[in-house]
Ligand binder design. Structure first.
Ligand SMILES: [Zn+2]
Length: 223
């Protein structure tokens, strides 16, 4: 079982507080950048810029990334909630949450390795989760349906998973800072890889749909 953790504050650009309405969104939504940044910039650059940016254009790529960052380490993910000010926090109820810890659990048998440190995963969404799991209930969410499965019942959603340390291990000399940061953070990147449903749409949908393989915990700052 592979477990990945993402600690993120409410109000972050990815709007984590809306997780129960339509899943986990990336920063790419409404970014105005190319809908297929991996084609425009190349995989190596989009991945390395996600870890570390050296100039304004790198920073733009970072700010519009199609990836969501996770860590193999729960404590490292919690450190991201503490932030640079090292704030303290306690578990809380959902209503008073200042931050969220999202946990993805992948059965090894469901992961297919397609390159060094790169895996694909397919899953079935579950937009009915709000009626069975109080953590996922929301009034707005109860009207949300999966925009793909509504038209194509039985569709299997797709994710690309990148173990960044492994992915960059062969090019450490070219990306030394990126490699170090990815190693410290035990960083994995998740790229939602579902096609756009609009016939004129290009690239991938920028969200991980509501599904049973991920869960949420709530935290409130005490300092
Ligand atoms: Zn779906």
């Amino acid at each position: 079982m592979l477990k990945l953790y993402r600690g993120v504050k409410k109000g972050n650009q990815t709007m984590p507080e809306k997780y129960c309405e339509d899943g986990l969104w990336t920063k790419q939504v409404g970014s105005g950048d190319d809908p297929e940044p991996h084609k425009k910039y190349g995989w190596m650059r989009t991945i390395s810029n996600h870890i570390h940016f050296r100039n304004e254009q790198d920073k733009f790529i970072y700010n519009t990334t199609a990836f969501l960052s996770f860590s193999l380490s729960r404590s490292i993910a919690l450190n991201f909630i503490a932030g640079t000010k090292n704030r303290s926090f306690d578990p809380s109820v959902r209503e008073s949450a200042d931050a969220f810890l999202f946990t993805c659990s992948f059965e090894d048998s469901g992961l297919q390795e397609i390159g060094d440190g790169v895996y694909t995963f397919q899953y079935t969404c579950n937009y009915g989760r709000g009626s069975t799991d109080p953590d996922f209930y929301s009034f707005v969410g109860s009207f949300c349906r999966c925009n793909i499965c509504e038209n194509f019942p039985g569709y299997r959603h797709k994710l690309l998973l990148i173990d960044v340390e492994e992915f960059l291990s062969g090019v450490q000399d070219d990306f030394p800072e990126e490699y170090l940061k990815a190693s410290w953070d035990k960083e994995w990147l998740l790229l939602p890889a579902d096609p756009m449903m609009d016939p004129s749409g290009i690239g991938f949908q920028s969200k991980i749909a509501i599904a049973d393989f991920w869960a949420v915990e709530f935290y409130k700052y005490t300092s």
